[in-house]
Design a protein around this ligand. Sequence first.
Ligand code: NAP
Length: 348
Amino acid sequence: MKLKVGILGATGMVGQRFIEQLNDHPWFKIEALCASERSAGKKYSEAANWYLESRIPDEIADMTVEKIDPAVSDRLDFVFSAIPSDIAKDIEGGFAKHIPVFSNTATYRMDEDIPLAIPEVNPDHLNLVNVQKENRGWEGFIVTNPNCTTIGFITPLKPIMDAFGIDWVNLATMQALSGAGYAGVPSMAIIDNVIPFIKNEEEKAELEGLKILGQLRDNKIKFADFDVFASCNRVMVRNGHTEAVFVRTQEDFRIEDVKEEFSSFKGEPQKLNLPTAPEQPVIVMGEEDRPQPALDRDLGDGMSISVGRIRKKKEKLLKFTCLSHNTIRGAAGASVLNAELARAMKLI
Ligand code: NAP
């Protein structure tokens, strides 16, 4: 029997992707759609400004949006959350008292006992939920996925770190508009423009990956020990974050070996054949002018990260460009894959 799930923030950019990802999911069924007072009581098709190319599934269009209330958890096995981070503390904590929460928001990501997980990179960190339940006296738990910028470059960095070690990482991003939510950036501010500032983004990009690439020992995460320097920019692209990455490795490398490390990289989701796991988490693009958001963001149904322009500048200095779909691999798809992994690990 399918597990019954709710979506908190179901009408937003990420909420809509959740609906798309969960439509006909073999293990999970949408049972509740929750959003703000503005939407509560309306039919979903009236409440949401649907921005996706796919149509709203018929059975979803007619569902009534509910207000966010932990009482909903009586009907559910777990929830996905895509609400603004400034309201998430009480709401996600309130749900986690009763049922598991798979969250996209930044609020709990850096807490010591909360897993910040990319299933291909640090699946063992999900075991922290047992510590968390004990610490907090919750029946449920919270599992978070990283910021959309972090997941795009940290996933390809995992095989590089394992093979060659990392001294430091320098990152310049070109981030899509959907990353700012539906009401995000006014058109007059972004048309014909690039905005070289995204609030709190650089801090997240510089810190979150060190937790993800850290080691879980004695129920604590020892963070990876290198510096990340990030510069984040908003560009006039609908979906797909492009990132120029410069890495100083500890060991020298050959470009052919770097390409092989990227292409052969696989993790637990691929071994376990999880329903939404991409066959290849990292895809190497051979053409000199790829990846590009308009052409490559949907690879692996939006769950693969494409990597190109792989160059060696000099000894131990690697350059590459990566692209990930920010509302799928960077948000809803990441949460759904975390929930699938948790199911496979019998945590839900
Ligand atoms: P969004 O498009 O602005 O959607 C926000 C959602 O939260 C809507 O469903 C909205 O409902 C609901 N909401 C807003 N205020 C509320 C309130 N006071 N009470 C209850 N519900 C409320 O934002 P988004 O881009 O989907 O982002 C959602 C979360 O995911 C954020 O924390 C964001 O940082 C994170 N995230 C986003 C991305 C991305 O690429 N967009 C990637 C990773 C993580 P109404 O429609 O009723 O207002």
